[in-house]
Write a protein that binds this ligand. Structure first.
Ligand SMILES: Nc1ncnc2c1ncn2[C@@H]1O[C@H](COP(=O)(O)OP(=O)(O)OP(=O)(O)O)[C@@H](O)[C@H]1O
Ligand SMILES: [Mg+2]
Length: 325
């Protein structure tokens, strides 16, 4: 029976079938393991990371192991990109929130100083100082000056918020910038004389520019005001305009106190002042240059500022002569 050929071939066939079945099982196990490594584990990882991102860990990212299925890897890349974007937006929101609260703190501080002064002077007057003209008049003058300061500050604040929110509309037209500067120099003559600062203005034949005359007048007024305010006794302010490529180049140079290097990068920030006490004493709130920069940006004019502490400051920019910026 044992050497019956049909039973031998049956045994062989069974063995073959067993081996095939075993191979199939092993293949299935390997396949399942591979699927687990390529798809299931990465998907679990994606789920874990997205859950932690949703819970606030915005810096978490999916780092898939080698051999992940390409479509799963693609999904992970998309999730990572989304997380990058969300992290960037959140950082920007935080930055804006910081800027906003700093702005409010600065505004409250700047408003408080003149309001308290006005209040203090008026209280002293009401408490009896009104009867003594020698005290009453200077106190009234001081209260008035502080009220004026509040008015300037509020106007600057309104300007800066309208400019920054894009609400301020510019009205562009052609005008004579040499005439404008001459008028401004004339207006500032008394202030310059009081500060014992000599102002000179030199220009060539080019004079017509295209821009918002009122806003540019505000720019020039602020720059001239700074050049006189931060000058020294017996100092100079030299204004020069000359024809430049496509426009008129304007330069305002002073021989004043200058700005130390470490402050230069922040000088156009709102409320930034080199010496707060000195600026405040001369009526400055640190909004002037921020407004100047915004207005000149709207004219596509880049401001150059060079300064040396103790030597002086030069500010220049070019206004376009035509409508093409
Ligand atoms: N020509 C200058 N020479 C020296 N320092 C300057 C000059 N211009 C500006 N600064 C410095 O830059 C700061 C910012 O100037 P900005 O015009 O913005 O403000 P401000 O003059 O203090 O106040 P505001 O212009 O709002 O009345 C000043 O406080 C001053 O410290
Ligand atoms: Mg100023």
């Amino acid at each position: 029976m044992a050497d019956d050929p049909s039973s031998a071939s049956f045994a062989l066939l069974s063995l073959c079938l067993l081996i095939i079945a075993l191979a199939a099982v092993v293949g299935l196990v390997i396949q399942r393991r591979r699927l687990q490594r390529a798809v299931r584990e990465p998907l679990e990882l994606i789920e874990t990371v997205t859950t932690s991102i949703a819970q606030g860990a915005v810096s978490a990212r999916i780092l898939l192991p080698e051999g992940a299925d390409p479509s799963v890897a693609q999904a992970a890349t998309a999730v990572n990109r989304l997380a990058d974007r969300a992290a960037h937006d959140i950082e920007e929101m935080r930055r804006l929130e910081r800027v906003r609260s700093e702005f409010i703190a600065n505004v409250s501080h700047e408003l408080r100083t003149p309001i308290f002064s006005v209040q203090g002077y008026l209280e002293t007057l009401l408490d009896g100082a009104m009867d003594d003209p020698e005290v009453a008049i200077p106190f009234l003058e001081k209260a008035y000056l502080n009220a004026m300061r509040l008015n300037v500050l509020l106007n600057d604040l309104i300007d800066i918020s309208r400019i920054e929110s894009g609400e301020l509309k510019f009205s562009f037209r052609y005008f004579d910038v040499v005439d404008l500067i001459s008028e401004l120099v004339h207006t500032m003559e008394i202030r310059a004389r009081q500060a014992n600062v000599t102002v000179s203005f030199t220009h060539d034949e080019s004079r017509s520019v295209y821009g918002d005359k009122e806003r540019l007048s505000q720019v020039l007024t602020n720059l001239l005001d700074n050049a006189i305010k931060y000058n020294v006794d017996g100092g100079r302010v030299d204004i020069v305009t000359r024809s430049a490529d496509g426009g008129v180049h304007i330069e305002i140079a002073d021989t004043g106190i200058g700005i130390p290097d470490q402050h230069l990068s922040r000088i156009f920030e709102r409320f930034y002042r080199v010496d707060k006490d000195r600026s405040r004493a001369v009526g400055g709130t640190g909004l002037g240059l921020a407004i100047v920069k915004h207005i000149l940006e709207a004219h596509h004019a880049h401001v150059e500022l060079t300064s040396r502490a103790g030597k002086g400051t030069t500010i220049s920019f070019t206004l376009r002569a035509g409508e093409q910026f």
